[in-house]
Design a protein around this ligand. Structure first.
Ligand code: C2E
Ligand code: MG
Ligand code: MG
Ligand code: MG
Length: 290
């Protein structure tokens, strides 16, 4: 009896593995055509300065609308893109699309906030960062001051001096560099000072647990490090007014999270900015109700 059950469970396990494997193969095959077929698109999530009540930036996040399987999350397709190297052409497309949109906003007279693009380590490894950013800036006519690149700590794992050099030349142009998901990766502290960055983003796993005493200590420490190194600090994954109060009390004013806005398409982002600017009505209502 028990043996029988065990065997069935193994079969289920096998089938599950097969299904995952097949889906992964399908995604890998289809991803190579996604750019050319126009299946990728960008969502924007605002970063809000809760001290001055102004938009401080927006993060561009990639989405894939698969023709058969529907919307695929970046959590699923970005790792495949990284492993296959497809992330390089995808990032090239993304940079151009985002810079064009940001420049269009600029021409519409929308507030001069920076827009950030997540940068894969693969782009650095191929030494293509400078070329790709230059291309996007020149095609769009966007001022480098309006562009930000988000990198992660994995960048420091191998040949940090080379990565630092690539980043530094872009910073000289006026591009901003931020460290994403800070505190979750490798070598977080040891060589933070060797990386040419401007912003630290506190990972959402800390923010989510900011009612927990030990996590509060970590958040405060990150904010203090940012202060000592003269870096801006942004909190990710902000969902509640309690989190906002805590972060403000510890000196972090820039917030990104569902509380203010989920990632949205460009048109919705324009409306969001408009709504927030016209008296921050929605925010005030939200504050009153919470
Ligand atoms: P990330 O760069 O850390 O982006 C933040 C992620 O947190 C986004 O997920 C965003 O939707 C989510 N988020 C923001 N606020 C909240 C909140 O209040 N609560 C919760 N639960 N989640 C929140 P998304 O868009 O699914 O992206 C996941 C990750 O995929 C990104 O993490 C980034 O590492 C990667 N990714 C997305 N787009 C790109 C891209 O264009 N290039 C590269 N290389 N990676 C990308
Ligand atoms: Mg990011
Ligand atoms: Mg992040
Ligand atoms: Mg993340």
């Amino acid at each position: 009896q028990a043996k029988q059950l065990g065997r069935n469970q193994y079969r289920l396990f096998d089938e599950e593995l097969d299904r995952k494997f097949i889906r992964r193969m399908e995604l890998e095959r289809d991803l190579s055509r996604a750019v050319a077929e126009g299946e990728l698109f960008v969502m924007y999530q605002p970063k809000w300065d809760a001290q001055t009540d102004r938009i401080s930036g927006a993060e561009a996040l990639m989405r894939w609308q698969h023709p058969v399987l529907g919307l695929i999350s970046p959590g699923e397709f970005i790792p495949i893109a990284e492993e296959t190297g497809l992330i390089v052409p995808m990032t090239r497309w993304m940079l151009k699309d985002v810079c064009l949109k940001r420049q269009a906003w600029q021409e519409q007279g929308i507030a001069p906030f920076r827009v950030s693009v997540n940068m894969s380590i693969r782009v650095f490894e191929r030494g293509m960062l400078q070329e790709m950013v230059n291309e996007a800036l020149s095609v769009s006519g966007l001022s480098p001051e309006l562009l930000e690149l988000e990198i992660t700590e994995t960048i420091a794992m191998h040949d940090l001096p080379d990565k630092a050099k690539q980043l530094q030349s872009l910073r000289k142009l006026g591009v901003t560099v931020s460290m994403d998901d800070f505190g979750t990766g490798y070598s977080s502290l040891g060589n933070l000072d060797e990386l040419p960055i401007d912003v630290l983003k506190i990972d959402q796993s800390f923010v989510r647990q900011s009612a927990v005493h030990s996590k509060q200590a970590i958040i405060s420490t990150i904010i203090a490090i940012a202060g000592h190194l003269n870096l801006e600090v942004v909190a990710e994954g902000v969902e509640t007014s309690e989190q906002i109060e805590f972060l403000l009390s510890r000196g972090c004013a820039i917030m990104q999270g569902y509380y203010y806005g989920k990632p949205m398409e460009a048109a919705a982002m324009e409306k969001w900015i408009d709504d927030m600017a016209h008296g921050s009505q929605k925010l005030q209502e939200k504050k009153a109700h919470s």
